[in-house]
Design a protein around this ligand. Sequence first.
Ligand code: LFR
Length: 498
Amino acid sequence: TQSLHMMAVDFGASSGRAVTGAFDGRRLSIQEVHRFENEPVQLGDRLHWDFLRLFHELKRGITKARHQLGATPASIAVDTWGVDYGLVDPQGRLIGNPHHYRDLRSEPAMKEALRLIREADLYARTGIQSSSINTVYQLFSEVQLRYEQNADDWRMLFMPDLFHYYLSGVMASEYTIASTSGMIDAAHRNWSTPILDALALPSTLLNPVVMPGTKLGEIRPDIRAELAIGAMPVIAAAGHDTAAAVASIPTDGDARYAFISSGTWSLMGIELDAPVLTEQSRRLLFSNEGGADGRIRLLKNIMGLWLLQECRRFWAMEGAAFDYAELTEMARLAPHSSSYIDAGDAVFLPPGNMPQRIQEYCRASGQAVPQSRPEIIRCILESLAFKYRQTLDEIEALTGEDIEQIHMVGGGIQNRLLCQLTANVTGRSVIAGPVEATSIGNLMMQAKAHGEVKHLADIREVVRQSYPPEIYVPEDAEEWEERYRRYDQLRAVQQAKG
Ligand code: LFR
């Protein structure tokens, strides 16, 4: 049989990449054809996506895919991180450069919005944890949208939708990415009118919600001519990178598992058939996001390797450049950390001097201040692993499930120390892989749109056959239990202080 050759483009925080995927009916093999930087640009007091440059890189990716395959790919789909969007006018022109969620303009907007609608109300409808990064608060901060006539005919497109629009001319909001906005009704899987009304956000902004795996249309004739390519369908696969990554977890469906999608963020949770919209899950800071399979991811946003990425960036700026392997090796050789940070704390959200922020956090919470680079990295990695353990306990409490295993997927699993620490602290086996979970999920959702696979279980079977995972078995259980108890006490004290 002939293979189906598709291409996926993933815009991630440490880089963007275009890959091709060949699916022969049983196995998928992928090849990276283009990798590029995706650094936000600070312009005055605002942090932006560099959209024009990225659209250019997307086109270069298409050209390289065509060269590698010797033919135009059978389809293309884009995924990005959640919550961000662009606005377009009726002529389809981009209004300004999209903002990056780490821009803090929406912090005051969130406070203001929560005077108009109760946080508990928002949660009960959307199942999404309130955070200043959410689309709903970003939109609320764009005062013009609420008060000015000329904004009446603007449209809002989430980043994957925006790329798809400029590729195909079709406007739609793919469900998984839309579910991150804080404006989708979790039960009905469509825009929540009461929320829009309460915040005076015009419903004219919104596009119809389409389910993952929908063919949007053909690539525009002008782009086809510009790139000298043939016809190529544009597919809304799973626009949200986390949804795509979780679709590719190589489970066989027997053991009960939690997942960690590990990259810049750590998204830890469990898959369910219906959202959990209780006061308990709200207080424990869980969100319910839309899955690629009609399922719901009950998960927690943990700061993730962003902490390490920002330390690395900051040290490089100071003139001390290390790669991740070097940084992790330093941490592996360092003694156990005696101080911990809360890897869910919003103080770590914006870019900046992360080493100093970590030190300040330790000082303010009355702990020893990590001084050297190895100490700081060790503090980050152990704190992350402890946060996973805490989250695991909460998942079990919320759902009544006994979690037997942890599936870790995404670029973050290249940090083997973190995988091992996770196994040690949780006392569960960690099944790690695939690294390229997001692109694989994106490609397999395209294969589904082509009718090559039917169900999520088929997708996972393909991933299991194509990318055998690596297993980490817990070590030194008692020691780690003891350390975790200290972390937990510290957390309780911090929490009591508010
Ligand atoms: C991961 C991710 C998370 C989302 C965060 C911000 O890349 O998409 O799922 O909460 O980025 O959008």
